[in-house]
Design a protein around this ligand. Sequence first.
Ligand code: SAH
Length: 261
Amino acid sequence: MKKSRYDENESIHGCDLELLCEFFSNLERQGPGSPEATIKALGFIDNLDSASLIADIGCGSGGQTMVLARHAPGQITGIDLFPVFIDLFNRNAGQLNLQDRVKGVVGSMDALPFRDEQLDLMWSEGAIYNIGFERGLNEWRRFLKTGAYVAVSEATWFTEERPAEIEEFWMDAYPEIGTVSGKVAQMQKAGYVPVATFVLPENCWTDHFYTPQEDVQEDFLEKNAGNRSAEDLIANLRHEARLYFKYKEYFGYVFYIGKKI
Ligand code: SAH
């Protein structure tokens, strides 16, 4: 079974975790995505009412959770491994006056605090890779009611073949990256009807992910001047961004929406 990369005290970015959390706590989102993409994915889900129970797994500071809360009825629990993100999450929920419906809890996606068949929707943007797409879909399924939904975004190849440089980067970062058809087959095999897939538009990576990082990177380097790990972290993030722009026709994030059968 694939271990969480976080067990190794090293992230997908190959960097020190505490610094990574500090860096990303200065940003609204910790992964690629956008309010429009969240709302589009939500458009495929038709089973929600004010009594619904929703979980957002690997919620980070809750950028996408607050969008969900404004566009869907029900109670939402955000789960993240890192208390710094959950503190920010609960502060954000309070500021938006959503604290009665939206709560952040520290926890791990491989030991979720839910009962069998309790949930109407399990959401996870840019986070399921931490336990792996296939393992996550298989293990989370029992928490869903029959007819309930899972909606996750996941790193995906757009082509059957790609240049060695980007292939090697992903084989090191997340070898479970696969094609849309491969991921859909895994979803089907895990016991869901694949209801929809769509590719996240480029602005999910640019306007909502890499561009906001630029100023934060400058400030972070200034604040951590002389700290080799901090410099390495920023160098890795900049390398990752360069690879995205160089190879964006070959990979991206895809939203997968499935219904438990
Ligand atoms: N959903 C957010 C964050 C994505 S980044 C967004 O789209 O902006 C991935 C998130 O997964 C991080 O917040 C990280 O802290 C969290 N994470 C990593 N391992 C985890 C685990 N085992 N259980 C729960 N959350 C985890």
